[in-house]
Unconditional design. Structure first.
Length: 132
């Protein structure tokens, strides 16, 4: 259960409802997921986070939607955020990620985490050629 509970649409303030309405319109859906309902306990955080998500994860920019979602999955796996893993895996699948792509993504995430820990543990200095 969410620490402060979830704010359902019918119980939301007009300010929160406005963000909920924008989320549903942008995502072309008729429901609000629990992440946003939890953030609605702090309308300022809700509004700011939604605005930033729309800007960063939206269409446009140098990265396509699938790449953005797969990066989000990778970071979420590394940070062990089960909610974000589920949410952004669904988003990546909607954007075209296949089972084979997911499997390879998990292999890359696992390898990166392993070699990151090894490089950190051995305190390996960065090669000058990488800095150029």
């Amino acid at each position: 259960m969410a620490t402060l509970g979830l704010i359902e649409y019918q119980d939301a303030s007009p300010e929160v409802r406005a963000v909920y309405d924008d989320i549903m319109a942008t995502r072309k859906t008729d429901w609000i997921n629990n992440f946003w309902k939890a953030l609605a306990n702090d309308p300022v955080t809700l509004r700011r986070t939604w605005r930033n998500i729309k800007e960063i994860m939206g269409e446009g920019g140098a990265l396509d939607r699938l790449t953005k979602e797969m990066i989000y999955v990778a970071v979420s796996v590394t940070n062990q955020c089960n909610y974000c893993i589920a949410s952004h895996t669904a988003g990546a699948r909607k954007a075209g990620m296949t089972d084979a792509m997911f499997g390879e993504l998990m292999a890359v995430v696992g390898m990166a985490n392993e070699t990151n820990r090894l490089a950190s543990g051995y305190q390996v200095e960065v090669d000058e050629q990488f800095k150029a």
